[in-house]
Design a protein around this ligand. Sequence first.
Ligand code: AP5
Ligand code: MG
Ligand code: ZN
Length: 215
Amino acid sequence: MNLIFLGPPGAGKGTQAKKITEKYGYPQISTGDILRQAVKDKTEMGLKAKSFMDQGKLVPDEVVIGIINDRLHDADCKKGFILDGFPRTVAQAEALGILLDKLGTKIHTVLDLAVEEDELVKRLTGRRTCKKCGMGYHILFTPPAKEGVCGKCGGELYQRDDDNEGTVKKRFQVYREQSEQLGGYYSKTGRYKKLDGTAGIDEVFGKIEEIIGAA
Ligand code: AP5
Ligand code: MG
Ligand code: ZN
């Protein structure tokens, strides 16, 4: 099963992708996570990407297409994969199509999570993530038992640099201008599902399981 998650910043792409990985074993491929790791490691790619990310802008297509090209060739992707945050432009979607043709596979389902902007701002400004295992929390909706500490692994929780209100606004603008149209792009394939992402995390996951179970 090869899946794509679309949706604005904070819609729950990472949260839901992690739940699918946990239950079904398909690897989650988040270009955002890969880029943040590169920034942390101060690699050449990370140094190039950082200023775009800090401004809430998209990293150039050739950089993220390169990341996906490398990652999809890994052996663990043969059983299926979940793309989280890629593609984000039509050029990325087209490059993905060419790559999948070469690999002899295709996307089975595109899930587009819809959530209103007011709710997204609350989600993003309250998000915390574990430094060690990547588990996501929210200070109001899903707080850890002990403040600042991951309930799963004991790691330290941090707030993303781009989760401040100013950068969040810019990310929404970039989403509307460059990424929202991917819904129209994929709806022509017949494998596209838009779903309400405003319900609770488990309820949204239940709907996703119904959709992928039927695919
Ligand atoms: P990326 O890391 O992909 O950020 P994003 O798209 O802005 O999405 P988020 O990760 O913020 O949101 P999410 O949908 O994963 O939400 P989550 O599940 O965490 O990209 C960051 C940057 O990297 C980009 O700005 C760009 O610069 C660059 N980049 C990445 N990919 C790129 C690409 N392909 N091309 C070019 N540049 C790229 O949930 C958010 C919060 O809400 C959490 O606290 C969670 O606990 C909570 N929550 C989730 N679901 C629910 C629910 N149902 N109810 C209540 N709370 C919920
Ligand atoms: Mg994410
Ligand atoms: Zn952890």
